[in-house]
Unconditional design. Structure first.
Length: 89
């Protein structure tokens, strides 16, 4: 869903994006832990998080772009991109 540009991001811009992603993930992890502490089941929380993420992406990029993005998710899951405890031998 990235928009093609004529220039690639500079190393400084890439570091800034990486830092923003780290901050975002920390915020989401904190909210996740808080919801679990309030008694929200992990399955319900996961579905709510996916709904929120996908609806925000649809608002930003449109249904077709998000649908195309979603077609790539099964392989990314199979490639362990979302697995936290993976041992590679």
């Amino acid at each position: 869903m990235a928009v093609a540009t004529e220039t690639t991001p500079s190393a400084k811009e890439e570091r800034s994006i990486a830092e923003k992603k780290r901050v975002a993930l920390n915020c989401l992890n904190d909210a996740w832990d808080e919801a679990l502490g309030e008694g929200v089941d992990p399955d319900i929380l996961a579905h709510a998080a996916l709904f929120t993420a996908l609806s925000d992406l649809v608002a930003a990029y449109g249904e077709e772009a998000v649908a195309e993005f979603a077609t790539k998710l099964p392989q990314r899951v199979r490639d362990f991109e979302f697995s936290l405890d993976v041992t590679v031998q």
